[in-house]
Design a protein around this ligand. Structure first.
Ligand code: BT5
Length: 597
């Protein structure tokens, strides 16, 4: 059930300066129509329901009572009429910012000012619309009407092409959203006479870079690639021969045809994507970044190189305020004496390397999904689609990446603290084993994502069956690797034997290698830490495909297990652990046939 619109709460959220008249009503024909009839500046009208909501070009806006936001405001127009065309676009930008702030959702702007959300399957659906009308008479005033779908379910939306905030995971109240929209409108109105926010609009505009069909009138349309928004707020469409600005007309995004995309379109596309990801165009040179960040002169370049980016020349304008923020962050931790400059650069290198790998991986996953794994090589059209999709999910992935990296840090700290304790003081005695699918990384490169998912699932099922049957516990499976424990050494050995055989029997799974060690472990929050765990892990990475390597104590116990063969491998040097007396163990073939019999 959608919460009712609480007029008192909403009123309390709206400051009387500048909003000098605020009306909140249950029902009205059209909020825009009411304000057009009496356009005093800085008026707000919010309706719980409109009986004849208006769209652009004589179309309608439909929303059931109690579920959406229907609001109109009157605002003074910019002094220079040349800026008037930008007003509806900037109202869209302000609304987008309010939505992002309150719900965390990132709405794309379809020129001129539809608000679109990318839903699960990657399609873009309309969550809001804006109708700006210039009021007659008096000082130049605009009535800006904003309609947003908030609580609608699919059944309550007028078309398939529509969506609502709550369908996209928002639980935000209408009062908070309205208040935020008003705040953002005040902010944007303060600067809308100048082009300072135009690039923000361009960056959020999903129409740019796309092939579009412009419905100029009901019987005439023209097509081309949307390449820019000009100083009048018009959409500039390049039809292959010339660039034509459009101020009215309906834009239909069409899927581009690969062969028709020219190299210059491609580079414009890439620039546009970069702009959307980085939040603004490139405006700064290296020296500007150092100056704005207040950093030592060489630092930006050193960081840039450490993070693995191609060298920029002194005169290249390739940076923007994001780069400044990044350098400033690093500069601060050096200034505060938290790390020295050399370590700071190394930290940047660590981040650069691992995120590069992560982004390539994510790109591959999305590309596989979108091409249904048919094409190993994607054409330009598909590449554009994949890029759009990646950018659509980027804002949602950023908090996840931050979250995972903090969790990983917490785990790494737990491990470090456990490792720092003398082994004899730590937790409980367990036998710990790692089993690792050999050459999984190359498998990732050569196997389609679907087959890979199947492999991983079948591996996980096999492992949990085998470990449970032997009375052990699966601590975790991370894709190609499983960590298990058992209270007894014999139990750990049995798991190792059974796993090796079960995986060998499972079609398509590569072979396993296993390391088993026994000793004290620290168990925390479902995970285990300590020297014993490290020893097992290192033994695993030393083992050959199909081999089980164990430490001295496990080998001694294996000698008493009837169906185990033990081969002394001698002293093995394990990086980070030291020299360990290792043995390879295997199930004697004879006992296999006995079991079968
Ligand atoms: C708009 O027009 O999207 C501008 C809508 C402005 C509505 C606000 S509500 C407060 C204020 N008072 C008013 O009377 N109006 C404003 P346009 O781009 O022409 O899109 C209209 C088209 O969007 C319709 O023809 C439908 O196809 C579709 N549509 C109608 N209702 C919708 C909804 N709730 N969600 C998504 N799409 C809708």
């Amino acid at each position: 059930m959608a919460p009712v619109l609480e007029a008192d709460r909403l009123r309390a959220l709206i400051p009387s300066e500048p909003w000098n008249r605020v009306d909140i009503v249950d029902e009205v024909g059209s909020t825009n129509a009411v304000l057009m009839a009496d356009p005093q500046p800085w008026r707000v009208l919010v309706a719980d329901h409109q009986t004849s909501g208006r769209g652009r070009l004589e179309r309608s806006w439909q929303a059931p009572a109690g579920l959406g936001i229907s609001m109109s405001v009157t605002l003074p127009l910019p002094q220079e009429p040349v800026r008037w065309g930008w007003v509806p676009l900037l109202v869209g930008l302000a609304t987008r910012r309010a939505i992002a702030r309150i719900t965390g959702l990132s709405a794309g702007l379809k020129w001129p000012n539809d608000l679109l959300l990318t839903i699960g399957d990657g399609q873009q659906r309309k969550v809001g619309g804006i109708l700006c009308e210039v009021a007659p008479g008096g000082d130049p005033t605009v009535v800006a009407g904003i309609g947003l779908n908030v609580w609608q379910t699919n059944d309550q939306l007028p078309t398939e092409a529509a969506t609502s905030l709550s369908l996209n995971g928002s639980t935000a109240d209408r009062e908070d959203i309205v208040a935020a929209v008003l705040e953002e409108l005040v902010a944007i109105e303060g600067v809308w006479g100048d082009p300072v926010r135009d690039d923000d609009y361009r960056a959020a505009c999903v129409t740019l870079g796309q092939r579009v069909k412009v419905q100029v009138s009901h019987d005439r349309s023209s097509g081309g690639r949307a390449v820019d928004i000009d100083e009048h707020g018009r959409l500039v469409v390049d039809d292959g021969e010339q660039r034509v600005p459009h101020s009215v007309g309906d834009i239909i995004h069409v899927r581009p045809d690969a062969a028709s995309i020219r190299p210059q379109d491609r580079s414009a596309f890439v620039d546009r994507m970069e702009q959307r990801l980085m939040g603004s165009p490139r405006t700064l040179r290296r020296a500007d970044v150092a100056e704005l960040a207040g950093s030592r002169p060489g630092l930006p370049q050193e960081l840039w190189r450490a993070m693995g980016f191609a060298n920029a020349r002194d005169e290249d304008i390739v940076f923007n305020r994001r780069d400044v923020e990044a350098v400033r962050g690093i500069e601060r931790i050096i200034d505060r004496g938290l790390v020295d400059a050399e370590t700071a650069v190394r930290l940047a290198r660590a981040v650069g390397r691992s995120t590069d790998r992560m982004e390539m991986w994510m790109l591959q996953l999305v590309s596989d999904m979108m091409t249904a794994e048919q094409d190993l090589e994607v054409d330009t059209t598909t590449a554009f689609d994949v890029a759009e999709r990646l950018i659509a999910i980027a804002d949602e992935m950023t908090p996840l990446i931050d979250y995972v990296s903090r969790r990983n840090l917490a785990n790494a700290i737990s491990r470090m603290v456990a490792d720092a304790e003398p082994e004899s003081h730590v937790g409980v005695v367990r036998t710990v084993g790692f089993a690792d699918l050999v050459s999984f990384t190359s498998l990732v490169r050569t196997t389609s994502e679907r087959d890979l998912a199947e492999l991983v699932t079948s591996f996980e099922t096999t492992v949990s069956d085998v470990v449970a049957q032997a009375g052990g516990a699966v601590v975790k499976t991370v894709g190609d690797e499983v960590l298990f424990t058992h209270r007894s050494i014999a139990g750990g050995i049995r798991i190792a034997f059974d796993l090796l055989e079960a995986v060998a029997r499972t079609p398509k799974l590569p072979r396993l290698r296993i390391g088993v060690a026994t000793g004290r472990v620290l168990a925390r929050q479902g995970d285990v830490y300590g020297h014993t765990v490290n020893r097992a892990s290192r033994l695993t990475s030393t083992a050959a495909p199909g081999e089980i390597l164990v430490d001295g104590d496990v080998a001694r116990e294996a000698l008493t297990v009837p169906d185990a063969d033990v081969f002394d491998v001698g002293l093995v040097h394990l990086p980070g652990v030291g020299d360990v007396q290792a043995s390879a163990i295997s199930r004697s073939p004879r006992s296999d046939s006995q079991e079968d019999a």
